[in-house]
Design a protein around this ligand. Structure first.
Ligand SMILES: NC(=O)c1ccc[n+]([C@@H]2O[C@H](COP(=O)([O-])OP(=O)(O)OC[C@H]3O[C@@H](n4cnc5c(N)ncnc54)[C@H](OP(=O)(O)O)[C@@H]3O)[C@@H](O)[C@H]2O)c1
Length: 261
């Protein structure tokens, strides 16, 4: 049944070609102030024209789930939200996923639905579980990197960059170290595309400048939840970021500004 929602929020779904060209041009200049487009696109995309950002994105159901118990997540969000995700990829230097997502979804992580350049593809894979045939490793001229434990030998093609990361006190990589490693590779605009564990770790560490949370009008009722952070006792301690709200077809995008930048 088609959704026939009223439009209480600005629709960011359909970006005219000329507007998208202006956004990409401002992003190339690394200057959010040079973005010469009208609202709502200006508000939504200007922060992503800056030379540095770490942006998280997650698509979830009304009940806050990102996949069924079997790990099926294609597609929670509608086609307009998928196009939006490709715009985010096109504005990023690098797109990051955890190994859980790389195995469950085998994503290509390319820009296919909009004009733009593919970002470098980064997989956080501490113990070398990524299959050599993973689509994210496809040799298409794009840089591909695996962030893994120091001294871990991976059996992958020579042109894949293996970046050793120190394991932190909790037995995990500190997202601060992951960002420093990505910056060291020349990636300043970083899109963390999931899954839940990866994104939650970045959020808990205060490492996201923004979060695009896209809520789709479906109730899954079971399966994997999205963000999970260390427990808080009182709501005073909840994160309450300034948030822009946009309609993406039948989905609603919450653009959360988590940092001052
Ligand atoms: N709805 C959406 O927008 C969306 C987006 C992406 C994915 N998904 C769904 O999410 C599910 C996968 O999510 P997930 O939470 O299970 O997995 P994930 O976040 O994709 O990957 C988690 C794994 O990546 C490694 N990792 C990530 N951050 C790390 C860190 N800071 N330090 C050390 N290792 C780190 C660990 O690998 P090891 O286990 O090897 O230690 C960890 O278990 C899939 O079902 C996928 O379909 C949904």
């Amino acid at each position: 049944m088609p959704f026939n929602l009223p439009a209480p929020f600005a629709s960011a779904a359909d970006v005219p070609d000329a507007v998208w060209a202006a956004i990409r041009s401002a992003a190339r200049a690394g200057d959010d102030l040079s973005i010469a487009v009208a609202k709502p696109w200006r508000d939504l995309f200007a922060p992503l024209c800056r030379p540095d950002f770490v942006l998280g994105q997650l698509g979830q159901s009304l009940d806050g789930r990102i996949a069924t118990p079997a790990g099926h997540s294609h597609y929670i969000n509608g086609p307009k939200a998928i196009v939006h995700l490709h715009r985010l990829r096109a504005l990023a230097d690098a797109v990051v996923v955890g190994i859980g997502t790389a195995i469950a979804d085998d994503p290509m992580l390319t820009v296919r639905h909009v004009e733009g350049k593919n970002p470098a593809r980064i997989v956080i894979d501490p113990t070398g579980r990524l299959p050599a045939a993973a689509k994210s490793l496809t040799p298409d001229g794009t840089r591909r990197c695996i962030l893994t434990k120091a001294n871990h030998q991976l059996d992958v093609a020579d042109d894949i960059e293996i970046i050793p990361i120190r394991v932190g006190d909790q037995g995990k990589f500190d997202p601060v170290d992951l960002i420093a490693a990505l910056n060291g590779l020349g990636f300043r605009r970083i899109l963390v595309e999931g899954g839940a564990a990866t994104l939650s770790a970045f959020l808990a560490a205060g490492c996201l400048d923004r979060l695009h949370l896209v809520v789709a009008p479906l109730i899954i009722g079971s399966g994997q939840i999205g963000l999970a952070l260390p427990p808080i006792e009182k709501l005073d301690a909840a994160i309450r970021p300034p948030t822009g709200i946009y309609q993406l077809g039948s989905d609603v995008l919450f653009d959360c500004a988590l940092s001052q930048s």
